[in-house]
Design a protein around this ligand. Structure first.
Ligand SMILES: Nc1ncnc2c1ncn2[C@@H]1O[C@H](COP(=O)(O)OP(=O)(O)OP(=O)(O)O)[C@@H](O)[C@H]1O
Ligand SMILES: [Mg+2]
Length: 512
């Protein structure tokens, strides 16, 4: 028995491998119901953290809680603090604690056949746009929680695997191109998948780190406040409860809905005497720009980027042959306006998955059962590089280390390595790593840029025992040591750098 686990922003979904079937694992709630997901929510209960179904219940009873904490991973590192009620812990510790609770629920509170005594081998996912530190936090937390992780796959690649599996009979036997559209709770992901005779290769991925169903809830929340003439400040203390009401109302919309009715009871005294009634058409007008942004991102994965001739060549072929379909997954695509707008752009090629929320987990389970189903290559979705001093410290220049499109090694393969060797002119090296979506003609980062950690390395041996982040950097008076920077990327996309003084062997390793 192996598993596929999709750690989602709002819902964590597990699918099992059962002799060619991939059932979604059900979790038993405290009141005996079976849920098809483990809610990604953490609460403080009696001075302890509780997760998932227990946390939902604690939150309903008024305990402090935190939802959608996966979103923090796009902007925070593993050691950054998170606070829930009176408990403060690091993002890595929170993720580990949550996954430990998930593991316990799988063994003792789920309908997993057996049930197994230990956690089975597992394939997990990350958003396609996740940077190295998010990949590291996710993988490390799964391992610390006791999961035996076989591979980590990009979320839209996993949905592509599920699509290829489901439609294998109907796809062109030779070559087919599919675009995956995954609108989740916190993120949007897109991928162009090339399917050739049962094998699939993810040609390109794109996405928006912070656009998902949560944003559609916020829009409804703002509209409701405006309609009820409630000041933002007055509503702020009840933000989470009101947002939940908006989310529930949003999820209840179907293609025939005309009105959205909101009580806003959480406001107490300040609640309107009559419920707020909003025309659905107005709501769809207000969220239209969110969907349009996802469409732009979707077009990015099919358009040539000019960075990799091989990839652009495949894209040109895809454009000529026409994509076999736009495969729509993710709970966020349940909002009727989403498939409707997609059809305006892509017509009848839009296919909504039968299991929109579970397609990713099912794809992971398929890959867990059969290594052959793992994507042939996953690629860097963004450029990774470093700002450093150039021309004897006269200017700061950006140096690309792994350009966008660089293939990551396959599971089990040795890491991909890049090295730089030089003689520094300063006594301390100050490295500012960033990832960016694009480069200018002068090779400067532009577009969606995310900082990726700052490292100080003592080039001068006498500075090795200092706290370097506060130190002043001096020019070296004589020739500096020979320095090597060695960058290694593993199959999970985690980047580590080792900086070595080649003269005496002093070395430091950092995970970016
Ligand atoms: N019927 C529905 N109509 C509209 N939205 C829905 C519906 N069902 C679920 N959603 C929304 O889908 C989102 C959750 O989707 P999903 O479970 O795919 O996300 P996730 O995997 O947890 O997040 P991510 O992939 O971003 O990490 C939530 O915003 C939820 O409100
Ligand atoms: Mg998801």
């Amino acid at each position: 028995m192996r598993l596929g686990i999709d750690l989602g922003t709002t819902r964590t979904i597990v699918a099992a491998c059962d002799r060619g079937n991939y059932p979604v694992v059900g979790f038993l709630s405290p009141d005996g119901d079976v849920l098809d997901h483990f809610p990604t929510i953490t609460a403080e209960h009696d001075g302890q953290l509780v997760h998932g179904l227990e946390a939902e219940q604690a939150a309903r009873e008024g305990a402090p809680f935190l939802r959608s904490w996966k979103r923090l991973m796009s902007s925070s590192g593993p050691n950054d603090p998170v606070r829930i009620g009176g408990i403060e812990l690091s993002l890595l510790e929170l993720t580990t604690d949550f996954l430990s609770a998930l593991g316990q629920a799988l063994l003792a509170g789920s309908n997993l056949p057996g049930p197994p005594k230990t956690l089975p081998e597992t394939v997990i996912s990350v958003p396609a746009n996740a940077h190295s530190s998010q990949r590291f936090t996710t993988l490390e937390a799964f391992r610390r929680a006791g999961f035996d992780v076989r591979a980590m796959v990009n979320e839209p690649s996993a949905a592509g695997i599920e699509f290829a599996h489901r439609y294998r009979g109907r796809l062109n036997a030779r070559r087919d191109h599919v675009v995956v559209y995954d609108l989740g709770g916190g993120t949007f992901d897109a991928a162009l998948v090339l399917i050739t005779g049962g094998q699939h290769d993810v040609i390109d991925t794109a996405g928006i780190q912070r656009l998902g169903g949560d944003d559609f809830d916020e829009v409804l929340f703002e509209m409701a406040l405006a309609a009820a003439s409630v000041e933002r400040e007055a509503a702020l203390p009840f933000h989470d409860e009101l947002l939940l009401e908006c989310r529930t109302a949003k999820e209840a919309l179907n293609p025939n809905s005309r009105r959205i009715v909101l009580e806003l009871a959480a406001l107490g005294e300040a609640a309107p005497s009559e419920p707020v009634v909003l025309p659905v058409a107005d709501y769809y007008d207000q969220v239209r720009w969110l969907v349009e942004r996802t469409v732009e991102s979707l077009r990015e994965v099919t358009a040539p980027r000019g960075t990799d001739p091989e990839v652009d060549d495949i894209k040109a072929q895809a454009a000529q042959a026409g994509v076999a379909g736009v495969y729509v997954v993710g709970g966020g695509s349940g909002l009727p306006v989403v498939p409707r707008l997609l059809r305006e752009h892509f017509g009848r090629r839009v296919h909504r998955s039968v299991y929109p929320a579970a397609a990713t987990a099912i794809g992971l389970a398929i890959a867990a059962e059969d290594d052959q189903q793992l994507p042939l290559t996953e690629r860097f979705t963004r450029h990774l590089g470093v700002f450093r001093e150039k021309d004897s410290g006269q200017r700061i220049a950006f140096d690309t280390i792994f350009p966008q499109g660089t293939p990551m090694p396959k599971p089990g393969d040795p890491p991909l390595v890049a090295t730089r060797t030089y003689q520094p002119v300063h006594d301390i090296g100050h490295f500012r790593f960033v990832e960016c979506a694009a480069l200018t003609e002068g090779y400067e980062p532009r577009g969606d840029i995310s900082p990726h950690g700052v490292i100080y390395f003592p080039f001068a041996p006498q500075r090795r025992n200092e706290a370097l982040d506060q130190a002043t950097i001096e020019r070296l008076t004589s020739g500096g040591p020979r320095i090597e920077e060695r960058y290694e990327v593993d199959a999970a996309g985690v980047v580590a750098v080792t900086i070595v003084d080649l003269d005496d062997g002093y070395a430091q390793k950092y995970v970016l």
